[in-house]
Write a protein that binds this ligand. Structure first.
Ligand SMILES: NC(=O)c1ccc[n+]([C@@H]2O[C@H](COP(=O)([O-])OP(=O)(O)OC[C@H]3O[C@@H](n4cnc5c(N)ncnc54)[C@H](OP(=O)(O)O)[C@@H]3O)[C@@H](O)[C@H]2O)c1
Length: 324
């Protein structure tokens, strides 16, 4: 099969498409043929070893010291079940599914295996592979942080970095939960996030939301420039700060700040259950996939470049074609 192989940390060009052996499913595993995948901000961070201050060593230990442990990156793919192991009972060849291998990676390839009990869910008939895969990374992140932050109907929530993969899902999921949403993004994306349901939009190039006197029950920082120390004055009493991005010092401080929920608490975010929730909301039209661009798999280096730019709108999707 074709796979995008990344044998050292570095710029987008370190990713190269090669022919590698197709994986064979173990007894409890499902083998999926890829029809669509994403290059998300997590893939690009790992490829570049671009991690917040103080986290380089822990990340090297987790992901590979001098190069990625799994040279094939890719958190997630949508595709068709090609084969199942002898112990698999819930899936069969031909099923349309979305799967995640999370930090085990391996989804930037023509095929990937996943445990039947892992993050795998059937795609509803009315959703394309591209739409299904575009929901995953941002959707699971937003769902899990909102769950941990106990976001509820009637809450006011501010989402900083509202137009990316996490932000576009967060805006819609917060509205679905009944919250009043303030979205922070560049002016160019204001109308788009309003279309997703945001009640108020703040253009970060012209207004600093921490200085406008407004207070919120929940603040979510998807960009990394709104740490707790900067936003605490914008939180209502009892308010929660969802730190999607933060450096080592902010993470250490978070363990002492009752208000802060950090990514260290969200490890179980990618699950079949989360996928089923997202897919069912998308099936009924309540959640819209937001796709920045669709590129053929062979252009994966361009996809990494787009993600590195830091201004994608939703997800960058790759599709697999005969000549890929
Ligand atoms: N902790 C976790 O479990 C977890 C999970 C997933 C992702 N993450 C992290 O979360 C971050 C967001 O991920 P993503 O996939 O959504 O990234 P993304 O798709 O690249 O989106 C980033 C967004 O940030 C916005 N932005 C840029 N400059 C900004 C500024 N000065 N102020 C406010 N917003 C600004 C951009 O909006 P404009 O284009 O409008 O400027 C862009 O839409 C990444 O750092 C990622 O590594 C963490």
């Amino acid at each position: 099969m074709k796979a995008a192989v990344c044998e050292r940390y570095g710029p987008p060009e370190v990713v190269q498409i090669r022919e590698v052996p197709t994986p064979v499913p173990a007894d409890g595993e499902v083998l999926v043929e890829a029809f669509a995948t994403t290059v998300n901000s997590g893939d690009a961070r790992v490829r570049a070893l671009r991690v917040p201050r103080g986290l380089r060593l822990p990340m090297r230990l987790r992901l590979g010291f001098t190069k990625p442990k799994n040279s094939i990156l890719g958190f997630e793919m949508a595709g068709r079940v090609e084969a199942v192991g002898s112990a698999v009972t819930d899936f069969q060849p031909g099923d349309r599914v979305v799967v995640s291998r999370g930090f085990d990676f391996g989804c930037h390839a023509g095929y990937a295996t996943v445990a039947e009990q892992g993050a795998i869910a059937r795609i509803p008939e009315n959703l394309s592979y591209q739409d299904a895969v575009a929901l995953c990374f941002g959707g699971t992140t937003a769902l899990s942080f909102f769950r941990l932050g106990k976001l509820a109907g009637g809450d006011t929530v501010l989402i900083n970095g509202a137009s990316g993969a996490v932000g576009t899902m967060a805006v819609q999921l917060a509205k679905h939960l009944g919250a009043e949403v303030t979205a922070v993004c560049s002016g160019a994306n204001g109308e788009m996030v309003r279309g997703l349901g945001a009640d108020h939009v703040i253009d970060y190039t012209t207004e600093d939301f921490t200085r406008n006197g407004q207070r919120y029950d929940v603040i979510m920082d998807n960009h990394g420039n709104a740490p707790y120390t900067r936003v605490k004055g914008s939180l209502r009493p009892g308010g929660r700060f969802l730190m999607i991005v933060g450096d080592l010092w902010q993470m250490l401080a978070a363990s002492r700040q009752k208000a802060t929920i950090s990514s260290s608490e969200s490890d179980s975010s990618i699950s079949a259950d989360s996928y089923r929730t997202l897919l069912s909301l998308a099936e009924s039209g309540e959640l819209k996939p937001v796709i920045d661009s669709v590129l053929p798999f062979r252009q994966i280096v361009d996809a990494h470049r787009r993600v590195d730019g830091g201004h994608k709108v939703g997800s960058v999707v790759l599709t697999f074609e005969q000549d890929d």
